[in-house]
Design a protein around this ligand. Structure first.
Ligand code: ZN
Ligand code: ZN
Length: 192
């Protein structure tokens, strides 16, 4: 019994090492690693934005303060993310809130804001883009403001969204189209 207690963990380690080695170069593993890279870069972009109030123009600006270097796509064997990096304006995403009650779940604000969701989405679908202002809804003053302060809800659209992708056709064998996986801050990681 005494020897067993030594042998088993050792054997398990060997088997584990073998399994990792054998699976290391599958295409799916490469996608997972590439997705992981995108998440790391995405986190750095968020931190950069918090510090600077805007996203960098080039990913290289993250180095070395936010990342020691840009990670490499395991399939490409090089860094594939900076080439196609862009910040696009998303005119579909909308945000409504009360300045006085930033967490309005416990207040009467939440009902009013919830009532705005339907008309906002309807107008957006009609126009093909989010309204520029709550005034476009043509509702009563009361309907678009805080019931406590009367102040109009703040409304935002046109968010700048950084988009990072593995540029190229490196993951087609894993079923991903060219320039995937891809990451943006509104939708997260999309593999295909
Ligand atoms: Zn990749
Ligand atoms: Zn309020």
């Amino acid at each position: 019994m005494k020897t067993h207690s030594f042998i088993y963990p050792f054997l398990a380690l060997l088997l584990l090492g073998y399994a990792r080695q054998a699976g290391l170069h599958t295409h799916e593993k490469d996608v997972a690693q590439c997705v992981n890279n995108l998440e790391i870069i995405g986190d750095s972009l968020k931190t950069y934005e918090r510090d600077h109030g805007a996203y960098p123009k080039r990913l290289q600006q993250l180095v070395p303060e936010y990342l020691s270097e840009l990670p490499s796509c395991p399939q490409a064997g090089r860094e594939t993310y900076s080439e196609g990096f862009e910040t696009r304006v998303d005119d579909w995403f909308m945000q409504v809130g009360c300045t006085t009650h930033p967490y309005p779940s416990q207040t009467a604000c939440s009902d009013r804001i919830a009532d705005l969701v339907k008309p906002l989405k309807r107008l957006r679908n009609e126009q093909g883009r989010a309204p520029h202002s709550l005034l476009e809804l043509n509702l009563d003053r009361d309907a678009i403001g805080c019931p406590e302060t009367g102040e109009r809800f703040h409304y935002r659209t046109g968010f700048r969204v950084p988009v990072i992708a593995c540029e190229g056709s490196y993951h087609v064998k894993a079923g991903s189209p060219a320039d995937f996986p891809r990451f943006d801050l509104l939708h997260g990681v999309v593999e295909k």
